[in-house]
Ligand binder design. Structure first.
Ligand code: Q0Q
Length: 293
């Protein structure tokens, strides 16, 4: 049987490496094997990357089942609607049928370490999202306690950090406080689990929605694409850290002196292979299970 193209489905939302399609009253969340580096989607895919990120999200949804509801209906293609039967081969292991949620227009970010936009803002203002921080913190340094740094999406795709008061204006005080508390609690539980297994989750971004008036964790969750994963064994505060999953790609792109302008270069087979292995290792290390390929 020929595999129908997913483009035959009705697109609901498209991201750099994941897409959502409308399926009746529900949604189909599909993770591709595309990889992004230095804000560019590379022309070379990493086989099974989408399966790792999907199955890692499913692991975390289950890990957090007593803390927060989630949007997953099922990830078993055999339980998908009949209309998706022709796509089963493309969807198995890399997709989820999810409830349609009324998404909050804020990205809920938890930071346990000082990195990325948080480090830049700290250097400029000794604060992040209006949260005053102690003097003398180092790049990649662990924060005294995790902080909640909400953001909104700009048209350029870069997140804009906003003060909590702005989030209150956007979603209301009750929801803002609940989302903040949930974000910090989920991050702390997941970061401890990961740290005990050799991975530092430096920061992470959650998307929440409302389903039947209940706050529901949506999108992908605690993956290397929605979070900064650092190998704990090489962690050294005081500078940029090695990426758990993207370091081989970054080093290769630096080694060929790519000017970071499109078109992004293709990746050699060896870099693809080693990167695929890192994704599969991350899943095994965090879930204790083997990836369903
Ligand atoms: C929804 N997104 C994010 C996104 C592009 C993901 C819409 N259960 C849901 C979800 C989810 N997940 C969404 N809407 C309604 N119900 C999530 C930002 C954007 C690709 C993938 N966009």
């Amino acid at each position: 049987m020929t595999q129908s193209e997913l483009s035959a489905l009705t697109l609901h939302a498209r991201g750099k490496v994941r897409d959502i399609y409308a399926v009746g009253d529900d949604l189909l969340f599909v993770a591709s094997d595309r990889i992004s580096a230095f804000d560019h989607i590379l022309p070379t895919e990493i086989p099974d990357k989408g399966k790792v990120l999907t199955q890692l999200s499913l692991f975390w949804f289950d890990f957090l089942r007593d803390v927060v509801s989630n949007h997953v209906i099922t990830a078993r293609v055999e339980q998908y609607p009949e209309s998706l039967r022709d796509f089963a081969g493309q969807l198995r292991g890399r997709s989820m049928l999810v409830r349609r949620a009324n998404m909050f227009p804020v990205e809920c970010v938890a930071r346990g370490y000082l990195s990325g936009s948080g480090w830049k803002e700290y250097q400029r203002a000794q604060s992040i999202c209006g949260i005053r921080l102690p003097a003398g913190l180092r790049e990649s340094g662990r924060l005294p306690e995790p902080i909640f740094t909400p953001a909104t999406k700009s048209t350029t795709g870069h997140d804009i950090n906003i003060p909590f008061g702005e989030m209150v204006r956007l979603v209301g005080r009750d929801s803002a406080e609940k989302l903040r508390d949930l974000t910090l609690r989920i991050y702390s539980l997941a970061a401890e689990h990961a740290r005990n297994r050799g991975i530092i989750i430096a920061d992470t971004k959650f998307e929440f929605g409302s389903v039947d008036c209940n706050i529901t964790l949506a999108d992908e969750v605690l993956t290397p694409d929605s979070s900064r994963f650092w190998p704990a064994e090489s962690y050294r505060p005081g500078g940029a850290q090695l990426s758990y999953d993207k370091q081989f790609v970054r080093d290769y792109l630096e080694s060929i002196h790519w000017d970071k302008n499109p078109p992004a270069p293709a990746l050699p087979e060896e870099i693809v292979h080693k990167t695929r292995e890192k994704y599969i290792q991350a899943f095994r290390q965090l879930s204790g299970k083997e990836l369903e390929i």
